[in-house]
Design a protein around this ligand. Structure first.
Ligand code: B16
Ligand code: MG
Length: 221
């Protein structure tokens, strides 16, 4: 098995929990539009682009609208979301994630962020961890949403590594599929029952060591 030279991180649900802020902002828009929107519905938006998330929400409420109106709604939602994320601090980094990043770099491995969010840069600056990534791919740099492998292939390209040399940490089903579509191994992060397809699973990064993710320890599907 190839040595793991590059470690690629999703942002929302892996490095920090921005899903709760996405939910509050989408819930506010849904309220205005009279669309019933629950936390279970929000699960379907994880790892999905802003535009596609709006389409899913509108479909739930059987709402149709012109593209110009949809753009306005997406901007309204993003305005509320920004109010939340601009208040984030280092305290919002999920358990063990920063220590894991520091350890990886000390071991000489390359690290990348691969997020569908156009706000990824703002978030990692608020968390104070930008310098812990060798390369960052955000939603402004990609055009195809997960499970398309584009975001992870762009991250590996930025690290100048081949897919087989990289491993991905993901919290969403579409993200695990995207990693596999990129030809990369994938560790599922969190306790979602949506992560069965991942090669390995961890609850969080507390005491996480990269050597735990060896081929011979790969989970049975
Ligand atoms: P934005 P990730 C994703 O982040 C979120 O999981 C998803 O819920 C969100 O719709 C998407 O970013 C776009 O976010 O509106 O900020 O561009 O998990 O890929 O880090
Ligand atoms: Mg995610």
């Amino acid at each position: 098995m190839e040595e793991i030279k590059g470690v690629i991180f999703d942002l929302d649900g892996v490095i920090c929990d921005t899903a709760k802020y996405h939910f509050l902002a989408w819930e506010k828009l849904a309220g205005i539009l009279g669309v019933p929107f629950t936390e279970a519905d929000n699960e379907r938006l994880k790892g999905v682009s802003r535009e596609e998330s709006l389409n899913i929400l509108l479909k739930i409420g059987h709402v149709t609208a012109a593209d110009s109106r949809k753009k306005e709604w997406a901007e309204m939602k993003n305005g509320w979301y920004l109010e939340y994320i601009t208040k984030m601090t280092e305290e919002d980094i999920l358990p063990g994630a920063k220590e894991f990043l520091v350890r990886l770099r000390r071991e000489g491995r390359k690290t990348a962020l691969a997020s569908a969010s156009k706000n990824a840069g703002i978030i990692i600056d608020r968390l104070g961890i930008r310098e812990l990534f060798d390369y960052i791919v955000d939603g402004t740099m990609i055009s195809r949403a997960k499970p398309d492998p584009e975001v992870f292939l762009a991250a590996a390209g930025g690290l100048k590594l081949r897919a087989e040399e990289c491993i991905v940490f993901e919290d969403a089903k579409a993200g695990v599929e995207a990693a596999h579509n990129a030809g990369m191994r994938c560790v599922g992060v969190g306790d979602s029952d949506q992560l069965e397809a991942a090669d390995f699973r961890i609850k969080d990064f507390t005491d996480c060591r990269i050597k735990e993710f060896r081929e011979e320890d790969r989970m049975e599907a």
